[in-house]
Design a protein around this ligand. Structure first.
Ligand code: NDP
Length: 487
């Protein structure tokens, strides 16, 4: 098998197998070829990983923050040096085109390691004057953190969780999605090569029950999940048993609002990036595109032309712009939504079906699809599809579009296109979402907080904001005078 790792799990600095675990294969979505065979972790292996992380944590936290940061920055440099090799592996595991993985996956992970590596030494407490006496606070690590990842950005998710956790003195057990198990193991090797002590970052493979075993574990202090809303609810409920901290990066049905004064070509470009990048398998996608009725015809005409020029094909060919969906099971769900949309009366202006790519008859390629005439009550406007399916809705007034955009249980992201910057800021303030863009879409620089509100999640990744989700504050009162006891 062409991408077989040295072992399924990485615990305490070593690759290990779990012969009692379920065996599963990692499949290259473009061809259906099995590229690796792995075992899932049983509860015993999960426990080994947690105990390794627990044992390693005090010494890791006792290192100077600048020393921890140096190791993370060394790992960032190694990831950059091996970007092509990691990107090719990510393409094989996910089916995403190399054109994307070369710039958006491991590279974004390296940004995160570099950023939090640099920030490690800048995390401080505060000193509070109390009129002679004083108090001070310490930002302390939580302990052992579990990271649980989705399959759309495997190495990026692993890095986005590990970098702030490790920088602040925690250790981690990471479980990738069983659909995309490979790059987290490479990341573990790279961290080791960068000088990370054994046990600080561990990887266990497996299905939902492995994630649940981590979430249940008494010695895990925090769970950070990237996944769907139903999984988020389960994780939060399980974590409640032991009052664990949780960060939840969940799904969305985000609005992208295009006002009549917008730069239309830019708005179309952003709508395409925000619906078709990674074959639409991105949580923050702007899948409800609200276009002012006065520009609808012009918008749809150019959107159709530009969408039909997207090049689907061999993911390993750098000219390919769109690959297959991650799996047959997932593609079937997406294709079902195409039928649902038509049955509900939406008008398909382009795409709308599976596409067979020459030489890749087993790949589940779905043509980039645009539905117009979508109304707020249709299922394609309410439910997360997680595929290359854009819904275009029209509106007349600002108040109306803000109310409709907010009429959802989700709140991950939103976008506004307008040349009127006062309106841009006003609408951004009124939209109920955790991450917004004015005149762009889906950019997630490490310097900017990322995360959702309402059912799209709790907590923030990236930026200095992430530090508070991997640390807890201890307050210490220091008496400088006598004790004033009434007894
Ligand atoms: P899932 O929710 O199905 O799975 C996410 C992870 O949780 C997987 O590793 C999964 O394991 C694991 N898991 C499943 N059940 C449990 C459980 N009971 N306890 C603990 N862990 C469990 O999501 P997908 O992998 O299908 O990813 C797609 C979803 O992720 C979409 O809804 C998308 O919006 C969301 N997402 C959110 C992002 C964000 O940052 N907000 C970014 C990317 C995706 P296994 O896969 O092995 O079953």
């Amino acid at each position: 098998m062409r991408a077989q790792p040295r072992g399924s799990h990485f615990i305490n600095g070593n690759f290990v197998e779990d012969d009692a675990g379920n065996r599963f294969e990692s499949v290259y979505p473009a061809t259906g070829e099995a590229i690796a065979s792995l075992t899932g972790a049983t509860v015993k292996t999960v426990d080994l990983a947690v105990q390794a992380a627990k044992a390693a944590q005090p010494a890791w936290a006792a290192l100077l923050p600048v020393e921890r940061g140096r190791i993370l920055q060394r790992a960032a440099a190694l990831i950059r040096e091996r970007n092509r090799e990691l990107s090719e592996l990510e393409t094989l595991d996910t089916g995403k085109p190399l054109q994307e993985t070369l710039v958006a996956d491991a590279a974004s992970g390296a940004d995160s390691l570099e950023y939090f590596g640099g920030l490690a030494a800048a995390v401080t407490g505060q000193m509070i004057e109390l009129g002679g006496s004083f108090a001070y606070t310490r930002r302390e690590p939580l302990g052992v953190c579990a990271g649980i990842g989705a399959w759309n950005y495997p190495i990026q998710i692993a890095c986005w969780k590990a970098a702030p956790a490790l920088a602040t003195g925690n250790t981690m057990v990471f479980k990738p999605s069983e659909t995309t198990p490979l790059t987290a193991l490479k990341f573990a090797e790279i961290l080791q090569e960068a000088g990370l002590p054994d046990g600080v970052f561990n990887v266990v493979q497996g299905f939902g029950e492995t994630g649940a075993a981590l979430t249940n574990h008494d010695d895990v202090d925090k769970v950070s999940l990237t996944g769907s809303v139903p999984t988020g609810k389960r994780v939060m409920a399980t974590a409640a048993e032991t009052i664990k901290h949780v960060t939840l990066e969940l799904g969305g049905k985000s609005p992208l609002i295009v006002f009549e004064d917008a730069d239309i070509e830019n708005a179309i470009g952003a709508a395409m990036v925000g619906n078709f990048y990674s074959s639409g398998q991105i949580c923050s996608n702007g899948t409800r595109v609200f276009v002012h009725s006065s520009i609808q015809d012009q918008f749809l005409k150019r959107l159709k032309e530009r969408t039909e020029a997207i090049k689907l094909g061999d993911p390993l060919d750098e000219n390919t712009q769109m690959g297959p969906l991650v799996s047959t099971a997932h593609a079937e769900k997406v294709l079902d939504y195409l039928d649902i949309a038509r049955a509900e009366g939406a008008h398909c202006i382009t795409g709308g079906a599976r596409t067979i790519v020459a030489g890749f008859k087993h790949g589940m390629f779905v043509a980039p699809t645009v539905f117009s005439g979508v109304t707020d009550d249709m299922r394609i406007a309410r439910e997360e599809i997680f595929g290359p399916v854009m819904s275009v809705l029209t509106f007349e007034t600002e108040d109306e579009v803000v109310a409709r955009a907010n009429d959802t249980q989700f709140g991950l992201a939103a976008g506004v296109f307008t040349k009127d910057l006062a309106r841009g800021h006003r609408v951004a303030a009124a939209l109920k979402a955790g991450t917004l863009w004015i005149n762009n879409y889906n950019l997630t620089p490490v310097e900017m907080p990322f995360g959702g509100v309402r059912q799209s999640g709790i907590g923030r990744e990236n930026s200095a904001a992430a530090v508070q989700f991997y640390t807890q504050e201890k307050a210490i009162y220091v008496e400088m005078g006598d004790v004033d006891a009434p007894y």
